[in-house]
Design a protein around this ligand. Structure first.
Ligand code: ADE
Length: 354
């Protein structure tokens, strides 16, 4: 697997392609950790069973026809395994994969360079594909549709368009915001799929698998206790196993039981719904300062000194899914369940038609 880039300078990275590009030490640590536990095959990949079944069929059919797989778009909240799935697909296709993200494809030569570097059958994974600029999108259209690059040479009257053939490849796009993708780009994907939050049982399986790879001792109850607080997200589950294993080692006898997990997660300020300090601050703010809402996301972000995108992409999807927060045309509202979760009385909640 080649990680092409995490930042905006494709050229520099192009030189470094043989080594995965990693920006900072903490990211390096995270990526190494994530890569070490990343499932490589469908058998190892837990959850998303409906998607897995259709993918297996599409992959078998593509192999039988000796054709590349249709372009795929995965969308959904972060941490649900979009990149992991792309790696599994590449493995199953017996194909190489190049991984990049839209912000790294800022200049036309970035996207042209990467398209021209592809080999036949290779998979190109573009993360955050909703952030591709118009020019990059227009370069992608003929590449996705007919495997051609339309290059222009010369100036004004002498301008010529050259069609450069590309090897047949599969584009896998990933986004947390499918709605922000332009219609023409979305239409060029053969398979579009929303990744689902994981059930507690699925997360417990992810946790047990990770613990066994990392040589961490954990009981069934310990795995279930962490799963319950992982917000339906395997990336969070995997991080929590590591954090809790530190507590198990230093404060207990090294084994993660439910008691160890609950003790550690309480100290880490992760409550029994998996909400962290920011999630609770968001709900509290709406209740305390805006009578439960509705209130606009920009106002919430300013009051919490948080970025709107972080709130929308990271905090909100789970709060909405858990039924603690509601989205209305006039802004965000805390649900009666959200009040109950924070132990607040509903007396001031505004009555709205929405
Ligand atoms: N680690 C992260 N996501 C996973 C998944 N879906 N299955 C197994 N391990 C994982």
């Amino acid at each position: 697997m080649t990680i092409i880039s995490d930042d905006n300078d494709f050229q520099k990275k192009d030189l470094k392609q043989k080594n995965p590009i990693i920006k900072t030490e903490s990211i390096e640590y995270d990526k190494t950790f994530e890569n070490s536990i990343r499932p490589k095959s469908f058998d190892d990949y837990i959850g998303q069973s409906a998607l897995k079944e259709t993918l297996k069929i599409s992959i078998e059919a593509a192999k039988m026809r000796e054709k590349p797989l249709d372009h795929l778009l995965f969308y959904g909240p972060p941490g649900l395994g979009k990149t992991t799935l792309a790696g599994v697909i590449a493995e199953q296709m017996g194909a190489d994969i190049k991984i990049t993200s839209a912000p790294a494809l800022e200049r036309p030569r970035d996207i042209i360079g990467i398209l021209m570097s592809l080999k036949g059958g290779e998979i190109l994974f573009i993360d955050e594909i909703h952030r591709l600029n118009k020019v990059a999108e227009e370069i992608l259209y003929p590449a996705m549709e007919d495997f051609f690059l339309d290059m222009t040479t010369g100036k004004s009257q002498t301008v010529k368009t050259l069609r450069v053939p590309l090897p047949k490849f599969t584009l896998i796009g990933a986004t947390t915001k499918a709605g922000e993708l332009s219609g023409p780009l979305r239409d060029r994907f053969g398979i579009i799929y929303r990744l689902q939050f994981y059930s507690i049982e699925e997360l417990a399986s992810v946790i047990k698998r990770t613990a066994s790879i990392l040589d961490i001792k954990i009981t069934e109850e310990g795995a279930a206790a962490i799963a319950k607080r992982s917000r339906g997200t395997p990336r969070i589950a995997n991080r929590l196993v590591k954090r809790v294993s530190d507590f198990a080692l230093i404060k207990f006898d090294g084994v993660i039981t439910d008691e160890v997990a609950n003790y550690s997660l309480d100290i880490l300020n992760i409550d029994e719904f998996g909400l962290d300090t920011t999630d609770r601050a968001l709900l509290n703010l709406i209740i305390e300062k805006y009578d439960g809402g509705p209130v606009g996301i920009e106002t919430i972000a300013a009051a919490l000194s948080e970025d709107v995108r972080t709130l929308e992409d990271v905090c909100e999807p789970y709060l909405l899914q858990a039924g603690l927060l509601q989205r209305t045309p006039r802004g965000r509202k805390v649900s009666p369940e959200g009040y109950r979760h924070l132990g607040k009385k509903i007396e001031n909640m505004q009555q709205t038609l929405f």
